[in-house]
Design a binder for this molecule. Sequence first.
Ligand code: ATP
Length: 358
Amino acid sequence: KHPFAKKVTPIPKAKYGGRHAVTMLPGGGIGPELMGYVKEVFRYGGVPVDFETVQIDPKSDSNEDLEYAITSIRRNGVAIKGNIETKSLDTDVISRNVALRNELDLFVNVVHCQSCPGIKARQKDIDIIIIRQNTEGEYAMLEHESVHGVVESMKVVTEENSERLARYAFDYCRLHGRKKVTTVHKANIMKLSDGLFLEVSKRVAKEYPDIQHDAMIIDNTCMQLVANPHQFDVMLTTNLYGSIVSNVICGLLGGAGLLSGRNYGDHYAVFEPGTRNTGTAIAGKNIANPIAMLNASVDMLEHLGHDSHAEVIRTAINKTISEDHIHTPDLGGQATSIDVVQNIIKHVQALSKKCQIV
Ligand code: ATP
């Protein structure tokens, strides 16, 4: 057994009267409208899930809403979220997104970056899994002004979190038939912090001789992603590089409105759009792409074991994008968000009847 092995209790999945209860955190910007679409699609699909919605006031200096949200996720075990804003001017009020991930120990973020047929994109046939450290690195939020004009920011990398993340990546490969893990780092400059992350991944890789392992510096990774993304299979990254890499790949595949991201710890699971955008500028205009949040809701249904409902909604999404070509402006189309959702609902109704799940 590896030195950081510990007994993992099963992830709770709250169920009342045969229906799952899930925490919904709409967040700011386009979050609330996207959550409305998820509820609408679930209603037409007859999905047995009820949402406990928690709004977090971005301007508040108090963490009362956040604490309630965390309690709700602890109770339900599962959540779907938009990007939560923190607009307080008080520098002691930290990012609610980061605080939530840390409190629930959601140590891994998984983004499956797969090309979508029918969408004009800069690169074709991409199929990359990003496995990103989700709770430490530059996101430690330990910053201070030591003397006027000099700010220090702490980057935290621990052997324990690096090791469990690396294990997650190699186990993921075995489970999903993937062949190669690439550790993304900057250990040539950050010799201790990224050095530790890299060394641990090399050590763990030795226990998985059936999976190839290599490493790449973040600068070169960005260049290689743009020039030749097909060389990548599974990317194992620190927190900040994971954010950069997922945004680069989403840009290659069609933007922020398509892909979903999954956050896991040993106990809880939180689902959200892959690039975690707020989209304030496009909020309330009926132009936001609903697909990323709907894909997040499908991931959530798979996690809850509602496989047939997940399959119906995923198929309805894919038909809308790839066969009907109903695209919002971010994908070069002219459809509104509601056009896309209504078309998905049309397919959901037809497919549900066919599968006799409603
Ligand atoms: P703001 O949140 O104020 O719009 P921003 O420029 O930081 O600020 P992000 O929220 O980070 O924007 O989003 C990045 C880009 O992706 C923006 O151009 C935004 O409009 C776009 N975007 C994000 N989500 C979606 C979506 N679901 N549909 C279409 N475009 C989106």
